[in-house]
Design a protein around this ligand. Structure first.
Ligand code: SAM
Length: 170
């Protein structure tokens, strides 16, 4: 099981990218996402997607990100361009029953590097938390994104070569 912690969300600037972080987490197979800041509108829009597209993904604010990391019973992985390459540690990380993966927005507090079991890079170039999270989840969950099932979905896509096919169940 993989959980995501999104650090440093700034409601006035990061709405769109944080929504993408949350939707990517859900689509690629994470169980849920914690934020260190509350943003009701963002949380509601993600819950609305869950409501329509199914599954049990949660989005919530962690009272304290520090205690969340400290008390998490599992392996804690911080994604950072300064870390070790994912392939070097993939086997160890994959063996864990529970994983907390931490992504930042701007600079993350230095403590995060200490509190995490692994500081992992998806390449050592600066890019995006969305890209980093997607690659991490894809590697750790071994392509789950391509066969994920979402329970009780009201909307489902019928994959098609051209155009948009959707079935609606009420
Ligand atoms: N400038 C910030 C810093 O020095 O920490 C990073 C900002 S970056 C836009 C936001 C987040 O994307 C980072 O906190 C990290 O989680 C993730 N990220 C960006 N590039 C990454 C990489 N090459 N490997 C892993 N994570 C990365």
């Amino acid at each position: 099981e993989v959980y995501v912690l999104r650090l440093g969300h700034r409601p006035e600037r990061d709405k769109r990218i944080s929504t993408h972080v949350a939707l990517t987490a859900r689509a690629f197979g994470a169980r849920g996402i914690y934020f260190d800041t509350s943003d009701t509108r963002l949380f509601e829009s993600v819950r609305d997607v869950v409501d329509r597209w199914g599954g049990e993904f949660f989005i919530e604010r962690a009272e304290s990100w520090k205690s969340l990391i400290k008390n998490f019973e599992g392996v804690k992985v911080h994604l950072t361009m300064y870390g070790l390459p994912l392939p070097d540690k993939l086997h160890e990380i994959r063996n864990a029953d529970k994983i907390l993966v931490i992504v930042g927005a701007e600079k993350v507090p230095p403590e995060v590097y200490e509190l995490s079991d692994y500081n992992i890079a998806i390449g050592n170039q600066p890019h995006s938390e969305v890209a980093a999270l997607a690659i991490f989840l894809d590697r750790v969950l071994e392509g789950h994104v391509f066969n994920a099932e979402f329970e009780d979905a009201r909307l489902r896509v019928i994959p098609s070569e051209r155009g948009k096919k959707i079935i609606e169940n009420d």
